[in-house]
Design a protein around this ligand. Structure first.
Ligand code: FA5
Length: 344
């Protein structure tokens, strides 16, 4: 029986050399693996093997069967690949001498400007992090000082999921996790897609992007916040841009501000982009509320920090000159392409 196994194995290896196409391969398969094939025959003969040899011979038969199956599968894949290559080579669609319009795409304005923002912050030592799109109620609200009954919940129309979680309404939802991971001394930037159940217009989408930054350390000041925001604007607009702070309100920052940038197009003189005011509303921000630090395990008596939540689509619109946020989600390739040169 052992001799027979070796002989079948040798014969199979020889026969493989003749399996030049899929038809011959199928014949080979039937010859060895078919109902009346050599392996089936071997199995029948197995009954006559003496009991003391059954274990050893059984292993040999199984190995042979497995080897044949593997080899047949390999041959099949290689013959299929060859057939495909042949088809491609003979196909007119792949005539490489024909002139083609390759229609190279371009990056979405968001992707281009996001890279500029990220590169600027990364060059200042910020860690770049991700957030989830589905968040717990705790992360999205409670951990940033917005408990159940807090009126600030009404500021953001929320998509609630059946399981009590939410589609993240703000990148601030990642603050708690990030502070727990990197705090108490950290500089982290986390861009992300946000969702709000809002009526859509030229300035509001139900799906939009924010870029959030947090800096926590000892003795962090508003001056530090202004410095980093100016650096970011310089990285995006490639020139120095002035900023100003107006009072704002957010439960997770105290004091809270709205940061305006002097209009990068008219230098503050007044133009159509800034509505002749010379300023563009850019980014809510503030000093992180002690409750937020404490909930993330950061000792607020020793450490403090700032956070900002850049309405990123707004920045993209300002830089690309798009006057309607809906274009950013519409996938209009022709329209997006024309902004390629404006935003580099
Ligand atoms: C927030 O979301 C705060 N989490 C920002 C923040 C972070 C403040 C850290 C302080 C510290 P607000 O709801 O204002 O704040 O949204 C921030 C920005 O996101 C807005 O200024 C706006 O530019 C953008 N934004 C908000 N809702 C929409 C929307 N529906 N469509 C497009 N952009 C939006």
């Amino acid at each position: 029986m052992k001799d027979k196994i070796i002989s079948i194995s040798n014969q199979f290896n020889e026969d493989c050399k003749n399996a030049e196409d899929l038809t011959k391969l199928e014949q080979l398969r039937l010859l060895y693996m078919g109902k009346k094939g050599k392996i089936a025959e071997l199995m029948q003969g197995f009954r006559e093997v003496p009991a003391e040899l059954k274990k050893e011979v059984g292993v040999l038969v199984n190995n042979l069967k497995n080897n044949i199956e593997e080899k047949l599968a390999e041959l099949k894949e290689s013959l299929n690949n060859k057939a495909l290559e042949k088809e491609i080579a003979s196909s007119k669609a792949f005539d490489i001498t024909l002139p083609v319009d390759i229609g190279v795409g371009s990056l979405h304005p968001r992707s281009i400007i996001q890279k500029q923002v990220i590169d600027t912050f990364a060059s200042m030592g910020f860690i770049i992090e991700d957030g989830n799109e589905i968040e717990t109620e705790y992360n999205n609200f409670i951990s940033v000082n917005v408990p159940d009954t807090h009126p600030a919940r009404d500021m953001q129309d929320t998509f609630w999921l059946d399981n009590g979680e939410v589609l993240k309404t703000q990148t601030s939802a990642a603050q708690n996790r990030i502070l727990k991971t990197y705090g108490p001394k950290c500089k982290v930037l986390f861009p992300g897609r946000c969702f709000r159940n809002e009526a859509i217009d030229a300035c509001h989408e139900n799906t939009f992007f924010q870029i959030e930054g947090v800096v926590v350390d000892e003795n962090v000041s508003v001056a530090n916040l202004i410095y980093f925001m100016k650096k970011m604007l310089n990285g995006v607009f490639k020139k120095d841009i002035n900023v100003r702070l107006r009072p704002g309100y957010f439960p997770f920052t105290e004091p809270s501000f709205e940061l305006d940038a002097s209009c990068p197009f008219c230098g503050g003189k007044g133009c159509s982009t800034c509505g002749n005011s010379g300023w563009i509303e850019l980014c809510p921000c503030g000093m992180i509320h002690p409750n937020v630090l404490n909930m993330a395990g950061v000792d607020s008596s020793r450490y403090n920090g700032f956070a900002f939540g850049l309405g990123f689509d707004r920045l993209v619109m300002i830089k690309s000159g798009l006057d309607d946020i809906r274009h950013l989600n519409a996938g209009e390739i022709k329209l997006l392409k024309q902004f390629k040169t404006k935003i580099n």
